[in-house]
Design a protein. Structure first.
Length: 256
């Protein structure tokens, strides 16, 4: 006698399988922070809130910029003669691929810099090189060969130089926390310049933002931090599809 599975159980299995497949199809990026700095150059960036802020995946839904006095609400950066930082709270979680990016233009013309990255300490009178910066990179005013620099961290550990283009540059960094060893990558105008480079142990990160040194002056725009969760390997997706097909076939046979 042919065994029969209750149709409601079979249909439940099918429903679960299709929900899983739909979740795979909808895998997409989550914006944690985004700011195009719509304020005024006469107002400080400190205390303002980003245009988009999320409490998911390590961010804060009630975040406000903690910034030194040389960063303005329109994204302009003034020469400080020292060090300054502007940060938002952020603690990366394992299992995600974080992308940090901003359009930065250093107009000073010398070797002073503006930088983008992650850091452990919130000290607005210091910068990534003193605040345990991780996966960070800087743009100097005098562009060209060797005038861009990236760091694995902490601070200035794991440094390498690259050619920095002129004008406004889209700097971006990827912090991948999906593996046993976290990795860092660095990009300029969408082109990979270095990485992936592995950390020997997961870095202690509590903030994300940008810094400037000495006479570094210019603009920061289109700041964003996003997170994605990796899509399963094709073999896993194929197994799910085949399993769903098997359940459907069983349902046709068992409920007759």
């Amino acid at each position: 006698m042919r065994s029969r599975l209750p149709s409601i159980i079979v249909r439940a299995f099918c429903f679960i399988a299709f929900i899983q497949m739909a979740g795979i199809a909808r895998a997409q990026s989550t914006t944690i922070y985004s700011d195009d700095f719509p304020g005024s150059s006469s107002n400080p960036l400190n205390g303002t809130t980003p245009v988009i802020e999320s409490g998911s995946l390590g961010g804060s839904g009630t975040a406000a910029w903690s910034a030194g006095g040389y960063f303005n609400a329109d994204g302009s950066v003034e020469a400080s003669g020292g060090y300054n930082s502007a940060v938002l709270p952020f603690q990366p979680q394992a299992g995600n691929i974080y992308t940090l990016s901003a359009d930065i233009n250093n107009t000073d013309g010398d070797s002073t810099w503006i930088a983008l990255g992650f850091e452990q300490v919130n000290n607005t009178s210091s910068a990534f090189n003193g605040n345990s910066g991780y996966d960070w990179m800087l743009i100097r005013g005098n562009r060209g060969s060797g005038q861009g620099q990236r760091f694995l961290g902490a601070n200035t550990a794991g440094s390498a130089t690259f050619t920095m283009p002129s004008g406004t540059v889209d700097l971006s960094e990827v912090l991948n926390t999906t593996g046993a060893q976290w990795t860092a990558e660095w990009f300029a105008n969408g082109t990979l310049i270095s990485g992936p480079t592995s950390y020997t142990s997961a870095p202690s990160i509590n903030y994300v933002g940008f810094s400037e040194f000495a006479d570094g002056a210019g603009t920061v725009g289109d700041f964003s931090l996003t997170a994605t969760q990796p899509v399963p390997e094709p073999s896993a997706i194929l197994s799910l599809v085949l399993g769903s097909a098997g359940i459907l076939l069983a349902s046709r046979r068992c409920v007759k």
